[in-house]
Write a protein that binds this ligand. Structure first.
Ligand code: FE2
Ligand code: FE2
Length: 291
């Protein structure tokens, strides 16, 4: 059994994780600059062939629903817009740096289906309640559980122990994480977000997605991702083993003025259709992950 000090030491090695690929930052910076032209952005992305291929595949997925084939980056920028493109590039960069093969303890497909469903629902929910900044909502949903990938990839023996405890002793995943590591995937994901210099609100969203009441910077964003996470779990055909709870946090519901069972059921029904149609053949997942 590790002592709390040893656990902390071990958790600190998270800081040694690979830095976010710098290209994603360059793209994000160009996109944030109002003077950037489509050509400038196109040139930067086109310089990386693998990235260009992935961006085009995703731009052509049913996810973005554009009726004609998008065959050049310049065209992709024009039809999808800067923000959508930034979202795509950052997602590709983050997701590919946390890849690891599936095994008995970690089902990669279930994990990324859940992450993408949370992103999709978060974006939809944000629109439905009139929250305007939808790009960060999608990325927040996509990345909310990235601490779990970190555990699986960089703390694999501990991750396996946590899963074993959950399976054999009936503890929730969060309780098992606390008992083995003294921290949860939410905190670990938050540390990685800081290490990657993600925007503060995004770090907070990852860190507080199970406890929206702890949010101080942008409780609305955290609440949206928290609720999207719960919706995604309720709508998933497979059990999301490592992220158990399917109860909405009351405070998050209040924050979004969703504290109404009838309304929640209505949303649940609508989102079931959205998720089914947007993820029909897991097109985006397979492209992102190279399955
Ligand atoms: Fe989680
Ligand atoms: Fe989750």
């Amino acid at each position: 059994m590790m002592t709390p000090d040893q656990i902390q030491e071990k958790v600190k090695t998270i800081i040694q994780l690979p830095a976010l690929p710098s290209l994603a930052f360059e793209v994000a910076e160009l996109v944030d600059n109002p003077k950037t032209s489509a050509q400038q952005l196109g040139r930067l992305i086109s310089a990386d062939q693998a990235l260009t291929g992935k961006v085009l595949k995703i731009a052509n997925s049913p996810f973005y629903g554009f009726p004609k084939k998008i065959s050049t980056i310049d065209f992709a920028i024009i039809v999808l817009g800067f923000d959508a493109l930034k979202e795509i590039v950052i997602s590709i960069a983050l997701v590919s740096s946390l890849q690891k093969k599936a095994d008995n303890y970690f089902n990669t497909k279930v994990f990324w289906d859940h992450s993408i469903a949370t992103g999709v629902i978060a974006r939809r929910l944000a629109r439905d309640i009139g929250y305007r900044v939808t790009g960060e909502v999608f990325v927040g949903g996509l990345l909310h559980d990235m601490g779990i990938s970190v555990l699986n990839k960089y703390f694999n023996p501990e991750f396996r122990r946590i899963v074993d405890i959950t399976r054999e002793m009936g503890l929730s995943f969060l309780e098992a994480e606390e008992s083995v590591l003294g921290v949860t995937h939410a905190e670990i994901g938050g540390w990685l977000g800081e290490r990657w210099n993600l925007p503060d609100q995004l770090v907070e969203t990852i860190r507080c997605h199970h406890d929206p009441e702890k949010a101080e910077k942008n409780r609305k964003l955290v609440s949206i991702v928290h609720c999207a996470d719960v919706f995604a779990k309720r709508l998933s055909e497979e059990r999301i083993e490592y992220d158990g709870e399917t109860d909405f946090n009351e405070l998050a519901l209040d924050e979004l003025q969703l504290n109404d069972e009838h309304l929640l059921n209505q949303y649940l029904e609508q989102y079931s259709e959205t998720v089914k149609s947007e993820m029909k053949d897991s097109f985006v997942v397979s492209n992102l992950m190279g399955f």
